[in-house]
Ligand binder design. Structure first.
Ligand SMILES: Cc1cc2nc3c(=O)[nH]c(=O)nc-3n(C[C@H](O)[C@H](O)[C@H](O)COP(=O)(O)O)c2cc1C
Length: 221
């Protein structure tokens, strides 16, 4: 682990206490320093809305680090560095949704402030992110996990309601980015949450809301 990796991990641990204990043991996976997001360009919004759809057939081609960077920034990156606010809204600016990024090489936590992927688990757990057969081979499975301990002042039913709404905004950002970039995606509620929570060693305040697969569409003849 280099010194920056160490600082990033310590930073995450400082913010979330022992919320993500497996970071300290994932020695076989390095922090992935994403290239700066390309946050200009893209296709016109009305064309993108016209293309937005759910797709369940994917090629196995991986996404480049640049495309992954752009995807995660579009999903829930920091777009106002002075305030740390993000590309998707969140109720009371709780920013309670974390994105876990499950790739063939392992699972990472997206640290939006640093725009890096912090290792969680050096294991291919894509098949654990959903009960549909394509999830095991799709190059990227995003998992939206709410940390209820960040939702200060909310009653339990409010935590459930607002975290679902906030995950929806992130999911739609991903849909629009994918439509703009010619990527395929589908948001998924069909997730064995107990099994995945155990795999990720989540604490009880961390709730799996939705998952979303991203990859390149199967080419039409
Ligand atoms: C909250 C939510 C959960 C969903 N869960 C699944 C799912 O588990 N599996 C799946 O294949 N599609 C899932 N979908 C995608 C819907 O089936 C899809 O959006 C719907 O059929 C409309 O198709 P469209 O997105 O192409 O307009 C989900 C969509 C939403 C909004």
């Amino acid at each position: 682990m280099n010194s920056r990796t160490c600082l990033v991990r310590l930073g995450v641990l400082c913010i979330w206490g022992l919320a993500v204990p497996m970071m300290l043991t994932s020695t076989d996976l390095d922090t992935l320093y994403l290239p700066a997001p390309e946050n200009t360009g893209g296709r016109p919004l009305m064309e993108v809305l016209n293309e937005r759809r759910s797709t369940r057939s994917f090629r196995e081609d991986t996404l480049s680090d640049q495309v992954l960077s752009n995807l995660l920034w579009a999903a829930f990156g920091v777009n106002r560095s002075e305030s740390g606010k993000r590309t998707a809204p969140s109720a009371r600016n709780w920013q309670e949704i974390d994105i876990y990024v499950c790739l063939e090489r392992g699972c990472y936590f997206y640290d939006a402030a640093e725009h890096v992927l912090v290792p969680i688990l050096a294991e291919d757990i894509r098949s654990c992110t959903g009960s549909q057969s394509f999830v095991a081979k799709v190059p990227v499975n995003l998992v939206y996990i709410a940390d209820f301990s960040r939702m200060h002042g909310a009653a339990e039913d409010q935590k459930t309601f607002y975290s679902a709404a906030d995950a929806g905004f992130i999911s739609q950002n991903v849909y629009l980015f994918c439509a703009s970039e010619g990527l395929a995606t589908v948001v998924r509620g069909l997730v064995d949450r107990d099994m995945l929570a155990e795999k990720l060693a989540l604490k009880t305040d961390q709730k799996i809301i939705l998952a979303q697969s991203v990859g390149y569409p199967v080419l039409q003849d």
